[in-house]
Design a protein around this ligand. Structure first.
Ligand code: IMP
Ligand code: MG
Length: 199
């Protein structure tokens, strides 16, 4: 990170190590787009993403994909602690495009436990697409609770909480163009209720 407007960002105070740089991300996305373009040649795939975390990866990935494609999004809400299998998933926004007999590529920002993904995949499979495969920018395999067959992976991530490139902490930091570790101080500061801080 040099010669870069982000060098002066106040947000950098909250970031420790930069795990994946903007340049590394862009290089990898270009490779993924080329691979998808080759694998799906002549198939007009439908890329489906889950809002909101995937917006940045999706925007870059589709621009790196040079065959005819279509794009759609779903929205979900998950209740309950993330580490518990009984976490309930509900659709807040459904697809607008009918996926029956379509080649669907499901695009994710990060797969962690896989709870949300498993629920979504089951739902999409029931609509009888011609094929259904997974592309994730980031993968955290150490916390996976289910076996998932992932066709395309951008990067493996350490089992650490990171932000940037779509990933948030309480809706902040999504717009960082790189992946960084959120400092403990940034988390603690957010947890304190307004006005409870002392000098
Ligand atoms: P899971 O695979 O169902 O556990 O959920 C993945 C979701 O957890 C993602 O869509 C993110 O919203 C969130 N998530 C997992 N790991 C991280 C992280 O390191 N930073 C930010 N969000 C994360
Ligand atoms: Mg999130």
């Amino acid at each position: 990170m040099s010669d870069n407007a982000w060098d002066n960002s106040p947000l950098l105070q909250d970031i420790g190590e930069i795990v994946i740089t903007e340049e590394e991300i862009q290089t990898r996305v270009t490779e993924l787009g080329a691979q998808i373009s080759a694998d799906y040649a002549g198939k007009r795939p439908l890329l489906v993403g889950v809002l909101r975390g995937v917006f940045m990866f999706m925007a870059d990935l589709v621009r790196a994909t040079t065959i005819p494609i279509e794009v759609d999004f779903i929205g979900i809400t998950r209740f309950g602690p993330s580490t518990q299998t009984q976490g309930v998933v509900r659709f807040t926004k459904d697809l607008e495009i009918n996926i029956q007999d379509r080649h669907v590529l499901f695009v994710e920002d990060v797969i962690d436990t896989g709870i949300s993904l498993r629920y979504i995949l089951r739902n999409l499979e029931a609509r009888q697409p011609a094929s259904l495969r997974i592309c994730t920018m980031f993968n955290k395999p150490r916390k996976r609770l289910f076996d998932l067959d992932i066709a395309y992976t951008g990067f493996q991530l350490p089992n650490q909480f990171v932000v940037g490139y779509g990933l948030d902490y309480e809706e902040s930091y999504r717009h960082l163009p790189f992946i960084g570790v959120l400092r403990e101080e940034a988390i603690t500061r957010r947890r304190l209720p307004q006005g409870s801080q002392t000098a």
